[in-house]
Design a protein around this ligand. Structure first.
Ligand SMILES: [Mg+2]
Length: 314
């Protein structure tokens, strides 16, 4: 539904120079006519859909909600500034908890992350009703002198680099991950990056989104994808016949990795790989190609289509 609604909005909302990229990138770029450029991103999370309060502590849910937004700011290489938090709380708080108690528990997860990333909680709203917890976070960031990193600047021949390792986030990473804010800002400041996106819905799908926005195709070297130990563990728990193939599928398609996918010219990308400026791993997983679509190298080294597998929002 979400994609169709965005398409409808694009057709109905006229272009306005005051707000760019909002429907097509990780965050909206707001322009005030001077040099003040601000990016804004928002997320709406519902109990039972995006998390399960029965299973996950409210503190971790609160933390995750802010962290996911900071990851979108990272995708734009923006410096986090502030956030607004809105809560629709179940009357009675659910799980033998009062609504106030639940709100405070969520905040206790949000606050330490806000402090860590120097984000001020600038406001929000709360309500109680007879329904599940709904949590909305809006994060505001400042773009640096380099301008925003967007999805649109990639060129055929660019190398695709990814931070960290992918897949199996459901085993815990999705709640406890560190948004790649510092990594994105450092890379964007030090190197000439062409495009970037955060991997929220799976490498295959998000690589395809970046490629489409850059009017290219993407070719993934599936044998070079950094598969996380969680992806392997998940495949073992699934009792998959082929653990390696299953783990790779998790790495390509699992949502909520919140790693960065960057496109940069081959020389720049090679320099990044050589200098390894980040504390986390950074790996080449493919390249942008002129031919539209999503591709992989086959075992024989031939190019064949790769399904756009990933997490699709209802
Ligand atoms: Mg994103």
């Amino acid at each position: 539904m979400e994609l169709e609604f965005i398409q409808w909005l694009r057709a109905h909302a006229p272009d306005d120079p005051r707000a760019k990229l909002g429907l097509s990138d990780d965050a909206a770029l707001l322009s005030f006519g001077d040099k003040t450029n601000i990016v804004v991103t928002t997320d709406l999370l519902t109990d039972g859909v995006d998390f399960e309060l029965g299973k996950h502590e409210p503190k971790r849910v609160g933390r995750q909600a802010l962290a996911a937004n900071l990851s979108d700011l990272a995708a734009m290489a923006a410096r986090p500034h502030s956030a607004l938090i809105s809560l629709a709380l179940p009357r009675g708080g659910g799980a033998n908890r009062g609504a106030l108690e639940l709100a405070i528990a969520l905040y206790e997860g949000i606050e330490p992350l806000a402090v860590e990333y120097d984000v001020v909680i600038a406001g929000g709203d709360t309500n109680t009703y007879d329904g599940p917890l709904v949590l909305s976070v809006t994060a505001i960031g400042q773009i640096t002198e380099r301008g925003p990193l967007t999805r649109t600047g990639g060129k055929a021949g660019d190398w695709l680099l990814v931070t960290g390792a992918l897949g199996g986030s459901i085993l815990g990473h999705m709640l406890d991950f560190a948004p790649r804010v510092h990594e994105a800002m450092l890379l964007h400041e030090r190197y000439e990056l062409h495009a970037g996106i955060d991997i929220s819905d799976g490498l295959a799908l998000d690589a395809s989104r970046l490629a489409k926005a850059s009017r290219c195709g993407a070719l993934l070297y599936t044998d070079r994808v950094p598969v996380s130990s969680a992806a392997i563990r998940l495949s073992e728990l699934d009792r998959a016949d082929d653990i390696e193939a299953s783990a790779l599928r998790h790495a390509l398609s699992d949502g909520q990795d919140f790693e960065l996918l960057i496109a940069a010219g081959p020389q720049t990308a090679a320099t990044i790989l050589q200098e390894r400026p980040l504390e986390c791993a950074i790996t080449q997983v493919g390249e942008l190609v002129a031919e539209p679509g999503l591709w992989q190298h086959s075992m024989q080294g031939q190019r064949k289509p790769l399904e756009e597998i990933g997490w699709r929002h209802a």
